[in-house]
Every structure is written in C-alpha cells, then in structure tokens.
Design a protein around this ligand. Structure first.
Ligand code: GLA
Length: 615
C-alpha cells in the first residue's frame, strides 16, 4: 500500500525547525542556477584546426578549410564557429598585451607594428561565420608543455612567454572580445597542471614553476575549488564584456577538478575527458566520459567529450561505419560538433556524412535533452533522446564490439505508450519504415549504429516524465561531491531512470521504469517555468544491499517555498506517493537529505524519485 499523503498534512513543523541543520547546499535556491549567459542554446558547431595541424596552423591553411566549409554546404548545415587553437601567440609584450605571430597570421599585422585579430574576425563575420580563439587559465599553454619542440612556441624572456590569462584575465579578455571581436573562447588548463617544480617544461624551458592546482587523475591532490574559482571569474568577466550575449565559453580541464559537476555554472561546454585520439578505443573512452551525465546537459550547457575525430585514423573515409557511429553518438549526447581535420582532403563521402541534416537536427534539438542509456550491456548500448516535439525520440542502437549482434528496443524503453502505434525513420538511410507497437529488432554489424527517429504516443500522455525533460534539470548538489573521482565514468552522480550506479529503480520491491536515482544528500532544480499545474512522484529509499539504518528525508520546494516534506524514510519502507499543486511555479526543487543517525564515512543513502511526472 502506498498511502497518498497531501502536502499540507506533511509540512511537519518539527522537521522544518531543523532545516537550518542541513547543509547549505540543500537549501532551496529558488532559481535555476546554471550559467545562463551567452549563445549556446544548442551545442556549438564548427571547426578547430588542432587535430589537423597542431601548432603548424596558419591563416592560409585555415582559410582553405573555411572555403571548403562554405562551398560544400557545411556552413549551411550549421557549422559556424571557426576556431583558432594553440600556437597563435608570439609573446606578451612589455605593455602586457599579447602579440600575435604574424608569420602564421599575416592578417594580424598592422602598419604601426602592433598586432590585432580584428581583420580576421571581420573577414569571418563578413562570410557569415563566428570566430573562436584559444587561451589558457594559467600562465603557460599546453603546447609549451607537450609540443616543446614546435617552432611556433611563444618567444622571449620567461615573462614574455607567459601568454596565459593568469594575472591578465581582465585585460586579455577585453582585448579578445571587445578589440578583436571574437565570439568564442576555449580556455585550457595545462598552465594549472603541468608546470610544477621539477617538471620538464620548468627544468628544460625555464618556465616559472606553479604549484599545480590540477594533478591529473588525482582528486585528492587536485585543488578543485581553486580551479572552479578561476573559471568562475572568467565566466563572469565574459558575461560583462559581452553585453550582446553573443559568445561561447568552452572550459577545458579534460574532466579533471570536478569540472563535469560545475562546468555548467560558469560556461557553455566543459571537457569531460582527455584529448580524443583517432582510435576506436579513444572515441569510446570519451563517449563514456559523458554518456552517464545526462542530468548535467541542457540548453546553454553541454558535456564536451572533445572534438570530432572524423576524417582521421579509425574514422577516415575507409571507415564510414565507425565515422557514422562516432557522429551519431556525439549527436545523441548533445555534444558540440567541432570538426577537427583538414577538410581540403575530405572525400565527398565524409562531407556528406558530416552534413547529414537529420543527424545534426538531433544534436541541435531545442529541448537540449541529452540521451539516456536505456540498455547498457556492452557491447550493446541503446540510447534514447526525447526531442522537443512531444512523442518524438531519437533512438540509437550501438554495437561497440567486433562481432555482429542482435539488438531490440521496445516502446517502454522509448518512453512511448505500450501497445500504441509509432512510426520509425532511419536517419542514415533517410527512409521511413514500418510502424510499431512491437519492439524494434535489428542486426548490428561490428561498430555499427542504427540511428532512428521514432514518433508515437508519449507514455505520460499530455503530461511529462521528469526523465524525458532532463535538459530542464540542474544537479545543484550531489551527495558524492566530496569524494567523487575526477574521471571515473559513472562515479555515482544522479541519473535518469536508473540509480547512480546504473541499477534499475526499485522501492520496497516495486520496480519503476522511470525516475531519478540520486544520493542523499542531493538537490535538483527543475525549470518548470510556470507551465505545469501538478507534480506527482513516488518517493522512497532505493532497495539494495545497504545499511538498514540509512534514512533520508525528501523535501519539495516551489520557488523556494516548502511544498512537501516527508518524515525520515528507511530502506524497505513502501514508497510514499506525492501529488502537489505547482501552478505558477518557475523552479521546482527536489531535495533528499541524509537523515541517518550513525553515519559511516563515505556512505550515503540512495534515494529514488519514482515515476515523477509534471502535468
Ligand atoms: C589541450 C587541449 C586540446 C588542444 C591542446 C593544444 O591538450 O585539450 O584540445 O587545445 O591542448 O595544445
């Protein structure tokens, strides 16, 4: 039996009195606390020369590629940002301003001997593109650590070679955005990581040593808060410098320093992993670094598993199956689509692949819901991405392995009403075929994906499942923050339709197909925008082999007002059904607070918001 408890009866004063005892992170904010500025309503699309040219980049090479993007229809398909990466700087002049390497970018030279990218950005803007630049949060750039024999490194005395933002944040960013007219900035972090006392770049190139704030793959020795503070400042400065809001901030600490948790508060995209290599394994690794982070992405904030390796190595024109899979996976993740190879060398088949309007439309869907993994049984994975038109979903069946396999996906997994007809379109073959209600069945060759758009009756009727609007959820606090690892793929963060560890949702023996699995403590903000009148959910502790002493309290707030509070609940206790009036509510907050009396270190209850719906 699940007693239906009404909000009014459950606002228990005795527990309210203790609200101040709970961590600040669990207090309702009354707002949707994401970055909110800038121009990344959909994931940025464009081209970046790094994977093609590294520091051998030049204006001439870039413009050849720009010509191809324009001629071949890629620009029209949505690729707009033309980004300069590492290697463009000559030195920091005595004035403090940065000089551009005019041997690479002659367009930047001016008659008085100074340099400026204004003519470059003007040219790109005149051709209908946006212009991107690259910089570094610390004093020195990645090339100064990893491309130390490049002829294109900054020159001069130690201070002249310090071309990163550190100490020059306000003036550099002003020059880049207001004087030079850029629209996009990638801010790397090697300067915070790779220039420690005794490091090679310091010993051999004489750079000033900096206590590393990031120690790669070592969360204990990484100063997460200090890194977060740096990027927060950059995000604020960019918001101030761009009153027209036409800019993108790409945060690049490669999944380190907890950036996957906080990136969306200070910028638009954040790298979830190391640099992509053009190999199948690297692509999978980078995909995995973002594929369980569906509650972190949404309009204006995107997980970034790095640029596309299409055209290179395992994804070249002889490997179109792999190239299609890579592209499809990035589209399902709502990842930035930044091409990264020399398009002057691209055969038509690759250009056509990168132009596929139906796959791009999935990446760019306005709802900004990152796909969730509905089947995660490697080598088979199935992902479902609810689109902005109710009842439309992108569905991807993916074979990670080297052998052929059978794959099936049913209406329930696609969040469609069981037994109702649905129609199906293959987005790579660009053809419609038969309609459900039965499950879809496919044979997948090695490394193959089938990417579909399916249209049917949403399972929640005219209402919405919370887990089909993940783009409107922000994970404001996560119970595992204090000891989550930097890079582990799952690391127990809140998830859609499964527990933080990928298990089915279950309360007191009852299974739920849909919901949010989280830890207590946790706080989720939901952008309801006054569009809904009711919120309903079953709530309870997740079944599992956990401590029977675990207890959690559930609280629901609408615009900071407490609408519901549960008594302390225990593992195995039947779910409580909640049904609340949320008319006019702009931001709904779902809080689960750990209320366990005797706590073991590093242990925190798992809670389940089961079948949560908005009507
Ligand atoms: C880092 C970044 C790459 C690229 C290089 C440039 O490795 O992750 O994307 O920008 O630096 O040196």
């Amino acid at each position: 039996m699940k007693p239906l408890l009404l909000a009014a009866l459950l606002a228990i004063p005795a527990l309210n009195a203790n609200a101040g005892d709970y961590p600040q992170a669990l207090q309702p904010s009354g707002r949707f606390s994401v970055y909110g500025h800038g121009a990344a309503a959909t994931p940025p699309m464009g081209w970046n020369p790094w994977n093609a040219f590294r520091t051998e980049v030049s204006q001439a090479r870039m413009l050849e590629v720009v010509d191809v993007i324009q001629r071949s229809g890629l620009q029209q398909a949505g690729y707009r940002y033309i980004n300069i990466d590492d290697g463009w700087w000559l030195k920091r002049a005595a004035s403090g301003d940065i000089e551009i390497r005019t041997s690479m970018f002659p367009i930047a030279g001016r008659a008085d001997g100074s340099t400026s990218f204004r003519a470059w950005t003007d040219q790109l803007h005149a051709r209908g593109f946006k212009a991107g630049l690259y910089t570094e949060a610390g004093r020195n750039a990645c090339s100064q650590a990893f491309d130390r024999h490049s002829p294109n490194l900054p020159i001069g005395r130690v201070a002249e070679r310090e071309i990163g933002l550190q100490g020059f944040e306000a003036s550099d960013l002003k020059i880049m955005f207001q004087d030079w007219g850029f629209d996009y900035l990638k801010v790397d972090a090697c300067g915070l990581a790779d220039f420690g006392e005794g490091s090679e770049p310091v010993l051999e190139s004489g750079h000033r040593a900096l206590r590393p704030l990031i120690v790669r793959d070592d969360a204990q020795r990484t100063d997460r808060d200090a890194v977060e503070t740096r990027y927060a400042r950059i995000g604020r400065l960019l918001a101030d410098l761009n009153p027209d809001n036409d800019y993108v901030l790409s945060i690049c600490p490669w999944g380190q320093a907890g950036v996957r948790d906080w990136g969306g508060q200070y910028g638009h995209t954040w790298r979830t992993s190391p640099d992509i290599e053009p190999s199948w394994e690297s692509m999978l690794h980078n995909f995995d670094s973002a594929s369980q982070r569906e509650l972190y992405a949404g309009p204006g904030r995107w997980n970034d598993p790095d640029m596309l390796a299409i055209g290179l190595g395992d994804f070249d024109a002889d490997h179109l199956v792999e190239a299609r899979s890579h592209f499809s996976l990035w589209a399902m993740l709502s990842a930035p689509l930044l091409m990264g190879f020399d398009l002057t060398q691209a055969p038509d088949a690759l250009l056509e692949l990168l132009r596929n309007p139906e796959v791009i439309a999935i990446d760019q869907d306005a709802a900004g819901n990152q796909a969730t993994l509905v089947i995660d049984q490697p080598p088979l994975q199935v992902l479902v991405k609810p689109l902005s038109v109710p009842g439309e979903r992108a569905v991807l069946l993916f074979n990670r392995g080297d052998a052929t396999l059978q794959a099936q996906v049913n209406a329930t997994q696609m969040k469609l009403a069981a037994g109702q007809p649905f129609s199906t379109r293959d987005l790579w073959q660009q053809r419609d075929f038969g309609s459900g209600p039965g499950p879809l069945d496919f044979t997948l060759g090695p490394h193959q994906t089938i990417m579909l758009k399916v249209s049917g009756t949403p399972v929640a009727g005219r209402g919405r499942l919370l887990s089909e609007m993940t783009g409107r959820i922000h994970v404001a606090a996560d119970g595992l923050r204090s000891y989550s690892t930097n890079l582990a793929a799952a690391a127990g963060t809140p998830r859609a339709d499964v527990t933080p560890y990928g298990e089915p949702l279950r309360i007191a023996g009852t299974d739920y197909h849909y919901g949010i699995g989280a830890h207590a403590d946790s706080r989720l903000e939901v952008r309801t925008d006054g569009e809904f009148s009711r919120f309903s959910s079953d709530i309870g502790l997740q079944d599992g082999p956990m401590d029977q002493h675990d207890q959690a309290i559930f609280r629901i707030y609408g615009d900071q007002r407490l609408l519901f509070e549960s008594p302390p609940m225990t593992v195995g206790q039947h779910a409580v059904s909640v049904d609340l009036d949320i008319s006019g509510v702009q931001v709904l907050e779902l809080v689960a607070a750990d209320a366990t009396a005797r706590k073991e270190a590093l242990k925190t209850p798992l809670v389940t918001w089961a079948d949560p719906r908005l009507q």
